[in-house]
Design a protein around this ligand. Structure first.
Ligand code: 26W
Length: 815
């Protein structure tokens, strides 16, 4: 059609089959009888795409015509998870597709399993971005998600001799039916070179950038379907390509090999996702990635999305760029450069516009995770941007000086530029100064952000700081992942909860209904059996049918304290094999870990090795058979999360208080009817407030207690000496019992705990054990446990990312 929207095939099995065969024959160029599973998967995906297309085109038309303010979500990561199931869910085509495939003699489950999830993110921050764009589409809010089309996403984790080995994630190798490349919408991005000053025709002194190399950004569009509302927003991911000019220049010089090398160099920019989660490496390529996607995105919005000749003084009426952590913060000087250098704005006017166009979300509290770029590197790669940053800083500090005359200490502490150990740019400061709002991701985190991370700034601009507690999309993490629970809920309270999660409150009365509890418990058991089948097929892991499923899944990091979980397991095991406790008196438990370690994070990798070693030993020990089992399936990802979380009884959220900004896995577990054992940290605080103290197992120091202990001088060995169980546990771990007598193999983790223990696992050990005893006691009372689980579901509606989006709209976006 030339102007009107296209029509989708009818939502009937016949039309679906016809569209599918059409895609198979004309799209894939194969006959059904000769097609492979991958052919069938691609054809099915493209069929479902047809049903989304009308909505996508229509949403695009509406967005252009309405003039509504757009949310430009700038994120270096989107951890999307598989697309096929989500698209079938959004279009309500699940049953039709099942039947249609059956009629074609195809097992749809095998096609679903064929999809490699786009793992374009590390963990919490990337998955949050994916939940947010889902919610905005479901709420019909104009949003463009901007990011990077990494050719290789987060590595695939395998284990060899109990150690993590990383394998490249070539998620595109069999073709991705979900992306739409638009090479005709390419954007040129400059790098390097120098700046020079000149006098413009009005006699004003100006600066211009003379770059010395460039690359092209090619946008790949992804559909972001709303839940059964016809809206389909766009995710625009940029892929780097060498420019022709660049090639030609070198070709002409006759050096063919150099020309090909140059191409590789340019295309490296979007080659691979950095797998570091929380410790920035300061790598040049990473800064190139950041500027690359941000420059493409700003250009795309200003030049291609806004109407021609749009008056940029009104830019803040049309866009707010949300900065997902500091990774895209170079966008602030980039917009200044566009306005001042290219559009001829005065500095002050440009600055006024720019600050209204950005808002910044901080996702961490670890000082080492705050991004800092050396001025040398930034100046070499982006000389004009560094100049702009210096001027922003100079003018800002002059302003502070007026408010606090003579307070040079304060001024130095608020400078974007740090001088030691080398001159560098603090991106969180630039973000704070250049944004209209700054938010943390849970109440406690936002408070600590104000008090500890950016205290001078929060005093200076009290109104600028706010909180938006994270959320998760109930579509993927309840409706799709836990169909059995969803049906049970819908049966009792109707289906409105899927887009209005607070309605789960209506389930509360059923907590006291014995029949409902039985059904709820049966759902949990069925989910466990489904998980066991998956783990059997995927990893060859066999697990006992009836045991409490105790799950800790998240990135491997010392502050998250997988080692504390390990101490609990070893301690329980030690109690049994030493005869202090009879195996038959223990509550049977299956412990499940899922965790990737950053490839360069030594202690994290040693911890993985030790968990695997403990797992192998315990699983092979007849004395604890069917009482204790430990499973560590490799390559935890969104796909596995969707199977694991609905099956869990107990959710482990045991970070040292004051370290986990929010957590979002904690929310997914609660909404799927797991009880939480957790510290007073991140969003755990809010989960506990909502579900009630009786339905949450709290332990450990509070954040102020952590601070106090640290100030007094923390000595982990004193805990080792004074606590018999801790000593027995550590001695067993250190003695080579789990490492075939090799004491050295466990020494690094053990010594680290005994001598440094930077995250105070030993200090919280006894409290954790006591809380686990309370867990056992409640679990023995099946009715009490199930009642609590139901109340967790009923009272966690607050954690919908739809609510997070409403909060952003109200408190930050004014849209
Ligand atoms: C390499 C530098 C770097 C630094 C920080 C990479 C990635 C980060 C992220 C901010 C780490 C991250 O994912 N933070 C998590 O964000 C989630 C969503 O807000 C929170 O729920 C987690 O608590 C927080 O750790």
């Amino acid at each position: 059609r030339a102007s009107g929207p296209v029509e989708a095939p009818d939502k009937t099995v016949e039309e679906f089959v016809a569209a599918f065969l059409n895609e198979l024959n004309f799209g894939q160029g194969v006959l059904l009888s000769r097609s492979t599973i991958n052919d069938q998967y691609l054809a099915l995906a493209r069929t479902v795409r047809q049903y989304l297309m009308a909505g996508w085109l229509e949403t695009g038309v509406q967005r252009r015509e309405s003039g509504r303010k757009t949310i430009g979500y700038l994120s270096a990561e989107y951890l999307l998870g598989r697309q096929l199931s989500n698209a079938l869910l959004a279009t309500d085509l699940q049953d039709i597709a099942d039947e249609a495939m059956k009629q074609c003699g195809i097992d749809i489950a095998a096609l679903r399993a064929q999809e490699i999830e786009p793992g374009l993110g590390n963990g919490g921050l990337g998955r949050l971005a994916a939940c947010f764009v889902d919610s905005l589409a479901t709420m019909d809010v104009p949003c463009i998600g901007y990011g990077i089309r990494y050719e290789y996403g987060i590595f695939r984790q395998t284990f060899e001799d109990n150690r993590q080995v990383e394998v490249p994630d070539s998620w595109l190798s069999l073709g991705s039916p979900w992306e739409f490349p638009h090479p005709e919408r390419q954007v040129r991005v400059d790098f390097g070179g120098r700046t020079e000053t000149y006098t413009d025709d009005q006699g004003r002194e100006r600066s211009r950038w003379i770059p010395d190399w460039n690359v092209l950004g090619i946008p790949y569009h992804h559909m972001v379907p709303g839940f059964r509302n016809g809206t389909v927003n766009t995710l625009r991911l940029w892929s780097a390509k060498a420019t022709q000019a660049f090639d030609l220049q070198i070709f002409n010089s006759g050096d063919y090999a150099a020309a090909v090398r140059a191409q590789t160099f340019a295309e490296n920019i979007s080659k691979v996702l950095y797998p570091e989660d929380s410790t920035p490496q300061g790598k040049e390529l990473r800064l190139q990635q950041q500027y690359f996607f941000v420059a493409c995105s700003l250009h795309d919005f200003i030049q291609n999305t806004l109407p021609q000749d749009f008056d940029l003084r009104r830019l803040p009426e049309r866009i707010i760029f949300q900065l997902n952590d500091t990774h895209p913060v170079i966008a602030i000087p980039e917009l200044m450069r566009i306005l001042v250098d290219r559009k001829g704005f005065d500095w002050d006017e440009a600055w006024d516009i720019t600050r209204q166009c950005f808002a910044y979300t901080c996702h961490t509290l670890l000082p080492e995770a705050l991004e800092v770029w050396s001025a040398e590197l930034l100046g070499r790669l982006l000389p004009r941007h560094l100049e702009i940053i210096y001027r922003i800083n100079k003018e800002f500090l002059e302003e502070v000086r007026e408010t606090f005359p003579g307070d040079e200490m304060r001024i130095r502490s608020m400078s974007i530029i740090a001088e030691h150990p080398e001159r560098s740019v603090r991106m969180a400061y630039l973000a704070t100064i250049g944004s209209s709002k700054v938010n943390g991701v849970a109440e406690l985190h936002s408070q600590l952000l104000r008090d500890k991370v950016l205290p001078e700034f929060s005093q200076y601009w009290t109104e600028k700081f706010t909180n938006v507690t994270n959320g998760i999309t109930p579509r993927r993490f309840v409706f799709l992942a836990n169909r059995r629970l969803s049906d049970l809920i819908t049966d009792k309270i109707g289906s409105g909860w899927v887009t209005d999660l607070e309605r789960l409150r209506d389930l509360e009365p059923y907590a006291d209904d014995a029949d409902f509890r039985a059904e709820f418990a049966a759902v949990k058991q069925a989910n466990k059996e489904r998980l066991f089948k998956v783990l059997q097929a995927r990893d060859g892991i066999e697990l006992p049918e009836h045991a409490m499923l105790d799950v800790m899944v998240k990135r491997l990091h010392e502050y998250k304290r997988q080692s504390l979980k390990l101490l609990h397991i070893v301690s329980t095991y030690e109690s049994i094999i030493s005869g202090r406790m009879r195996a038959e008196d223990a509550v049977p438990r299956t412990f499940v870990f899922g965790a990737k370690a950053a490839p360069g994070y030594h202690m994290a990798k040693e911890t993985i090795f030790l968990i695997n070693s403990v797992a192998a030993t315990i699983n092979a020990d007849e004395r604890v058979k069917d009482v204790l089992s430990v499973a560590f399936p490799a390559n935890y990802n969104v796909t596995l999360a969707e199977k694991l979380i609905p099956a869990a009884d107990l959710s482990e959220q045991i970070s040292l208080a004051g370290k986990e900004a929010s957590g979002t896995g904690n929310m997914k577990f609660a909404l799927n009817g797991a009880l939480t054992i957790g510290t007073d940290d991140g969003a755990n605080v809010e989960i506990r407030q909502l579900v009630g103290d009786d339905n949450f197992f709290l332990f450990g120091m509070t954040e102020p207690e952590v601070e106090q202990l640290r100030a007094e001088g923390y000595q982990p060995t004193s805990y080792y000496r004074s606590n018999d169980r801790l000593r027995a546990t550590i001695d067993l771990l250190a003695g080579g019992h789990f490492t075939r007598g090799d004491r050295a193999a466990s020494a690094q983790v053990v010594d680290n705990l005994l001598t440094q223990d930077p995250f105070m696992a030993l200090a919280d050990f006894q409290g954790y054990l006591d809380a686990q005893d309370r867990v056992d006691a409640v679990y023995r009372d099946t009715d009490a446990w199930t009642r609590s689980a139901i109340l967790n579901v009923a009272r966690s509606g607050f954690f919908s990312s739809d609510r997070s989006m409403r909060d952003y709209l109200d408190r930050i976006w004014n849209a």
